[in-house]
Design a protein around this ligand. Structure first.
Ligand code: FAD
Length: 306
């Protein structure tokens, strides 16, 4: 038995067979629809399974990568070596007495919808963010004046040793689109939000307004990774790209959105290398025209295709 087969059998001792996939195409699981194969793609169904997989990766010294809905990162065409964990089966959301508890693989959009049904205000800002609850905590996701930091009470995480630990929101260093979750090597498995009672109509009105704003500005009809570039000091990335006449430019199946210049959409089955080449083309053109360096907001991970 080779090393990969041995690891496969060890994983089967920890996680049900249906939840251990070998050489799984990642683009089939991610919002961007980009990315090559993962050696092992594990979808645990309990916190204990997450703990076991973390411990195994430590014992065997195998890299472990955590993916949410893949709406804020780009995975290269050569995929990811080692174990990829995705928590899509840990997606329970419940609410009682003004407190909403969401497992981290749940979509933050679904958490905000349940809050509406329960007449709880505070998660309206999240109604159009296409990530998981775990991904939202990781980067303190926010929109239109609201952010995770405003409503998070505490989270349960599996730490890098595989222990289940409670972390108060104040311990997570939540700040503008950042937290200490990556630096600590934590995997968020559940989040508890403290919300305020409000009328269904009030909450719905805010959500409808934010949805309208988002749908009228963002190219939601295509896969993408959201805003590709950070806002350069004193400028707007989208405006610089627009004024460089780059909207509609494409490489392979990737295109600078005609609707929102700050987005690059996966219009027609793009490869990640098309996508990255287009990002670099945009950076080079804006630098030549305006002398401004556009810094990427979105992370790129994985291996180049051989
Ligand atoms: P992924 O992209 O899968 O992962 C991002 C990072 O989070 C990775 O490093 C991953 O390891 C880590 N991570 C994921 N799950 C966990 C976990 N359980 N525990 C620890 N770490 C974890 N963002 C905003 O803030 N505001 C917006 O308004 C917004 N609008 C967007 C609109 C569009 C059309 C798109 C495509 C994206 C938008 N985003 C926005 C970006 C993105 O949706 C958010 O950053 C989201 O929170 C990412 O979650 P994810 O599950 O997709 O994470």
């Amino acid at each position: 038995m080779n090393k990969k087969e041995k690891l496969y059998h060890k994983l089967l001792d920890l996680v049900k067979e249906d939840n251990v996939k070998v050489d799984e195409m990642l683009k089939d699981h991610l919002y961007t629809k980009l990315g090559g194969k993962a050696d092992f793609f594990i979808t645990p169904t309990t916190f204990e399974e997450v703990q076991h997989v973390v411990r195994l990766s430590n014992e065997e010294d195998i890299p472990l990568t955590l993916l949410g809905n893949g709406s804020n990162l780009i995975i290269k065409d050569g995929g990811i070596r080692g174990i990829v964990i995705n928590l899509k089966h840990l997606d329970n959301i419940s609410s009682e007495g003004g407190v909403l508890v969401a497992q981290s693989g749940a979509r933050i959009i679904d958490a905000s919808r349940l809050a509406l049904e329960e007449k709880l205000s505070g998660l309206e800002f999240a109604c159009g963010i296409p990530g998981t609850v775990g991904g939202a905590l990781y980067m303190n996701a926010g929109a239109y004046g609201g952010e995770v930091k405003d409503v998070l009470d505490y989270a349960y995480v599996v730490d890098k040793e595989g222990n289940l630990v409670k972390r108060l929101a104040s311990e997570l260093d939540l700040d503008y689109r950042t937290s200490n979750i990556a630096a600590n090597g934590d995997i968020v498995v559940e989040a508890t939000f403290h919300l305020k009672p409000a009328s269904y109509e009030e909450i719905k009105e805010v959500m409808d307004d934010l949805t309208y704003k988002r749908e009228s500005k963002q190219p939601l009809e295509y896969p993408s990774c959201g805003s590709v570039f950070k806002r350069p000091p004193g400028y707007f990335a989208g405006k610089l790209i627009q004024d460089s006449d780059l909207q509609g430019t494409n490489i392979g199946g990737a295109e600078v959105s005609k609707k929102h210049a700050g987005f690059i959409v996966n219009k027609d089955n793009a490869s990640t290398s098309d996508y990255i080449s287009l990002i670099e083309h945009v950076q080079k053109t804006v630098k030549q025209k305006f002398g401004v360096e556009l810094e990427r907001e979105v992370r790129i991970i994985g291996e180049d295709k051989e």
